[in-house]
Design a protein around this ligand. Structure first.
Ligand SMILES: CCCCCCCCCCCCCCCCCCCCCCCC(=O)SCCNC(=O)CCNC(=O)[C@H](O)C(C)(C)COP(=O)(O)OP(=O)(O)OC[C@H]1O[C@@H](n2cnc3c(N)ncnc32)[C@H](O)[C@@H]1OP(=O)(O)O
Ligand SMILES: Cc1cc2nc3c(=O)[nH]c(=O)nc-3n(C[C@H](O)[C@H](O)[C@H](O)COP(=O)(O)OP(=O)(O)OC[C@H]3O[C@@H](n4cnc5c(N)ncnc54)[C@H](O)[C@@H]3O)c2cc1C
Length: 613
């Protein structure tokens, strides 16, 4: 299911768009805005719809008028102060209560847009907030009704949570996790233990300073000495009032990172910490009072997949998070390129650097990628919502299992695609802005460094891609050995059709009628799909030479460069949120940058003098 563009809303009248999306201040960028071949407001309403734009406006203006979210330009916040401020901001996000449960149920895309809006301001408070209520809270909610009371405490922030899977010595290899949870049937408790330092939980967001509770992944041991595999448990790690570590828990902050330094990533070791029996998140299995293990998953591999199922949520969100970073970097680089003048036909008349073909080649493909990834990440999120609803209602159907596998395979490919694209783009945008791109206050370094861990957390990109390859290979094997059920074949071909339709001209109806007429799946694949695919590939590779493609692309760039500013206007946040002097909506870069730079250096100079005296 793809998000439906808001065709109806986009046909609305100009005055309602103007109320929702005010005009930009006049300035050097006006020239390019006038050249645009489309109305950016109409495009914004077409893509998001008025309701989402209203939500975005609500969030952006709340942050802008709240002193807690004021920027501190020129001021070097220490890491400790930045972490404190981030936590205060996170608490404010709770107070704002931007979305009601009802609103989320009616339009789940709103939660994704909320992540995007807050992240555009700063990823640290955004991740802190969503690690607590989305990753920690979401994992607990999907377990069972047993945790309903606990959930209340999460959402009124009586407790503060984190998600602790990774250990010092095992990250990717989740089967190798060594923390143990041993059931003691005499006391009806689990005993959580870290066998040694290498089994310390490590990297855990929110754990460094603020978390009072953790979802801890551990190998479950029943009294018969059997290891039942990876399961998750709620463990209190700090006192909720004093924030002192609970008995048997050693917990702390892991230190400065390359980015996201407002967030307190931490470590923890457990020395025979006793937790009540009810603390097991009975997603994949449970233990009886006598210590007998039971699971609705008979197959160990399926149980393992389900135990790690919640990771897919993060991967899908990271696809959108990275696409957001891509948009931020492009907003700055394209606006700057349209106002920055170097060289020209005469010594007196210099031209904006966006007019240079090399600048277009460097930036415009990323602009296209931003639109593609934005649409793709939202459509994937909507697929995920269907799967998540099944999880919450405890569906155990074949369709739910297939959906889970497919969501895993898709998110394991989409996260690498989006995070790597954003990472390369952030660097290209930094260079495309020359020296000004390297000045910290222009934010491209922060965007690049904050995006960087998207390539690693929730699964290293390189390893995740192997998961998608495994999935595709298993499909091929199923087709070859004719092991697919009819329903599964439909599922397969319809998906394939969506992916390949553009290059081959297949229609869903062709394939559907072949499948419905009972034709063999291998025959369909080799006789219909493969020849179509081959001809599609040969059309694009052999008939169009590289030089022709280059000519064609250059021609398109020439047209697109006049639309580039308007295309960025569609997704750029307000100046306060973008927080980059060279990315200002007016394009008043030259004068402004000079004023801002000199102002800050004076302030810093005065401050230093004051401190010395
Ligand atoms: C109705 C209203 C709905 C509203 C919806 C609301 C949505 C809620 C929104 C909430 C907002 C949330 C906001 C989040 C903000 C996003 C920011 C996130 C910030 C990130 C913080 C960082 C957190 C972390 O990093 S946590 C630690 C993450 N760690 C990892 O990811 C470890 C990586 N390693 C692994 O995952 C695995 O071990 C792996 C995949 C490498 C597999 O290893 P292994 O080789 O041992 O096993 P395999 O043999 O390959 O696999 C066995 C089998 O299992 C299948 N499988 C594996 N994983 C999954 C999965 N996740 N899902 C399904 N299936 C899985 C695998 O495919 C194999 O199956 P086969 O059939 O054999 O192929
Ligand atoms: C900022 C940040 C926040 C984080 N937050 C959390 C959190 O809240 N909770 C949590 O539990 N974890 C968290 N993590 C940990 C994160 O999930 C892990 O770093 C990630 O899963 C990778 O594990 P690793 O660091 O142990 O790398 P390793 O698994 O040691 O990987 C190192 C290298 O080896 C390669 N490699 C490993 N296995 C294979 C293989 N089979 N084939 C080919 N190459 C392989 C990898 O590609 C990688 O290049 C966070 C990490 C960061 C950076």
């Amino acid at each position: 299911m793809a998000p439906t563009p808001n065709v109806k809303e986009a046909t609305g009248n100009q005055s309602s768009w103007n109320t929702l999306l005010p005009d930009f201040p006049k300035g050097p960028l006006s020239k390019y805005r006038k050249k645009a071949s489309f109305n950016w407001k109409e495009m914004a309403v077409f893509l998001d719809g008025e309701d989402i734009i209203r939500l975005k406006n609500r969030i952006f203006s709340a942050l802008e008028s709240d002193p807690f979210f004021a920027h501190h330009p020129g001021e070097e916040l220490s890491r400790e102060k930045y972490q404190e401020l981030t936590f205060l901001r996170c608490k404010r996000l709770f107070e704002y209560d931007f979305l009601t449960q009802q609103e989320i149920i009616e339009n789940p895309l709103k939660i994704l847009n909320m992540v995007i809006c807050i992240g555009m301001y700063d990823w640290s408070p955004c991740l802190q907030f969503f690690l607590h209520c989305g990753v920690f809270g979401g994992t607990i909610l999907s377990a069972s009704k047993r945790f309903a009371d606990f959930a209340k405490k999460i959402y009124n922030m009586e407790i503060f949570g984190c998600f602790a899977l990774t250990e010092l010595s095992h990250g990717t290899n989740t089967k190798g996790i060594r923390t143990t949870a041993t059931f003691d049937h005499n006391t009806q408790e689990f005993i959580i233990n870290s066998p040694d330092f290498e089994a310390a939980k490590f990297w855990v967001g929110n754990m460094g300073k603020h978390a009072t509770h953790a979802v801890v992944y551990a190998q479950l041991y029943t009294p018969d000495g059997q290891c039942q595999g990876l399961h998750s448990f709620i463990v209190q790690i700090r006192d909720t009032k004093t924030l002192l570590p609970m008995p048997g828990v050693m917990v702390g902050d892991i230190g400065k990172k390359i980015g996201q330094n407002g967030l307190d990533n931490g470590f923890a070791m457990f020395h025979n910490v006793r937790i009540p029996k009810e603390s097991i998140l009975n997603i994949t299995g449970d233990v009886s009072p006598e210590g007998k293990y039971s699971s609705s998953f008979k197959d160990v591999k399926e149980r393992f997949s389900a135990a790690l199922g919640s990771l897919s949520t993060g991967r899908i969100l990271i696809t959108a998070v990275s696409a957001t970073n891509l948009k931020l970097a492009l907003s700055i680089a394209i606006r700057f390129s349209a106002t920055r003048h170097q060289f020209g036909p005469t010594d007196e008349e210099e031209i904006p650097v966006i007019e240079y073909q090399t600048q277009q080649w460097r930036l415009l493909p990323y602009l296209a990628a931003a639109y593609a990834l934005d649409y793709f990440s939202k459509s994937l999120f909507e697929n995920f919502v269907e799967f998540y609803a099944g999880l919450l209602t405890k569906q155990r159907s074949q369709r739910q299992a297939d959906l889970g596998r497919e969501i895993h395979a898709l998110s394991a490919a989409s996260k690498p695609l989006s995070s790597w694209t954003a990472q390369q783009a952030a660097q290209e945008c930094r260079e495309a802005c020359g020296g000004h791109g390297y000045l910290a206050m222009n934010r491209l370094g922060e965007i690049r460094n904050d995006n960087d861990p998207n390539c690693t957390y929730e699964g290293d990109n390189n390893v995740l891609l192997q998961q998608t390859s495994n999935y595709l290979m298993s499909w091929m094997n199923c087709i070859r050995s004719k092991r697919l059920s009819f329903k599964y074949e439909m599922h397969y071909y319809i998906r394939q059709e969506k992916a390949m339709d553009v290059s081959t001209g297949w229609s869903e109806a062709d394939i559907r009628s072949s499948v419905m007429s009972g034709r063999d799946s291998v025959d369909i694949f080799y006789e219909i799909c493969l020849p179509q695919l081959r001809s599609g590939i040969s059309r694009s590779i052999y008939r169009e030479t590289t030089a022709e493609v280059a000519k064609c692309v250059s021609f398109l760039f020439k047209q697109l460069k006049d639309d580039a500013v308007a295309l960025v206007d569609v997704f750029a946040p307000p100046d306060f949120i973008l927080n980059s002097p060279i990315g200002k909506a007016s394009g008043e870069v030259r004068l402004l940058v000079f004023h801002v730079y000199t102002f800050y250096s004076c302030v810093i100079h005065k401050w230093n003098v004051h401190n010395r005296t």
